[in-house]
Each structure stands twice: as C-alpha cells, then as structure tokens.
Design a protein around this ligand. Sequence first.
Ligand code: GNR
Ligand code: NI
Length: 174
Amino acid sequence: MIMSALPIITLPDPLLRKVSKPVETVDAELLKLADDMLETMYDAPGIGLAAVQVGVPKRLIVLDVSEDDDTPRPMTLINPEVLKIDGERTRMHEEGCLSIPDFRLEIERPASIVVGYLDREGKPQELPAEGLLATALQHEIDHLNGKLIIDFLSRLKRDIVVRKFKKMAREASA
Ligand code: GNR
Ligand code: NI
C-alpha cells in the first residue's frame, strides 16, 4: 500500500471551524485516507490527526501515543464520540496543534474517558482512555466539532493569536 503525506491546513483556514460529517461507509477509500493521515501524522511528527486537518471534514481521527522507543501503535477511530467522562479527575497537559504551528497551551481536561467508535472493519468498539491518550482523543474529537485549543484562551488572547496567523498568511502570499 502506497501511503502519502498530505498537506496540513493551518489557522486561519475557515475549514478548521466546520463541524465534520459522520462517515457513512467504511470502504477502501476511507481506509486509504486513514493511512495517508497516519503517514502525515508520523511525518509531521504528531501524536494525533483529524481528517479536517488535511481538508476532509469527515469524522475520522488517527492517533499514536506510544513512546518513541516503543513499537508504533497506530490507531484509527471512525465516528468517535465520548460516551463517558469521569468528572472527578482532571489532567493538565501542555498541548500543541499541527494546525497552529509554534503555539502551545496548558489545558485541563477530564483524566479518564470512554470513547465509542467504529474500527477499520466498521465494527463498533469502546475504548477506555487515561493519560496522554485521553488528552489526545479529546483534542482530536474537538477538531471534529470545529473546536481548537485557542478556544481555551480568553477572547482577547485568542484574537491576538488569530491576528498573528492572519498576518503570517498575508505575508506568505504577498
Ligand atoms: O501532535 C500533537 N501533539 C499533542 C500534544 C498534546 C495534546 C494533543 C496533541 S495533538 C497534536 C497533533 C494535532 O494537532 N492533532 O490534532
Ligand atoms: Ni490539533
């Protein structure tokens, strides 16, 4: 199977704010997209990627939160949704986003969740997640709902970041 890294869209691309559409059928074309997303993610490198970040607003995410020295653990989740949140425990983590280069933000999220999704065979699965996997899953599912890590900032601080990226986009195309 030939895998190709795809271009990643960045702020202020308005597509990042679209709500992604549920996947209707898990077919060869969708699995090819998932494989290309994994290649894109490893190439970047990143620990997760949502389809909308490569310009395809479908509810599809890929992740690999294994440590560098482990064997790779690629994950493909189709139509993922948070089924259960442990509202008691939270976890702080400094998050980055491939669609917001050179920006990092400490974010507090539920530490323990259960995610339902379809696997690569179209079979429903449940995944209990803690630690970095729980954080990354919530980050990716946010993308499917048009939500970005800058939305955890105040309006003022968010506008400053968005303005900076608009300026950079203007200068890059001038
Ligand atoms: O590569 C990524 N690292 C990361 C670190 C902490 C929390 C979430 C992430 S996801 C990010 C890749 C990305 O932008 N996925 O949408
Ligand atoms: Ni991201």
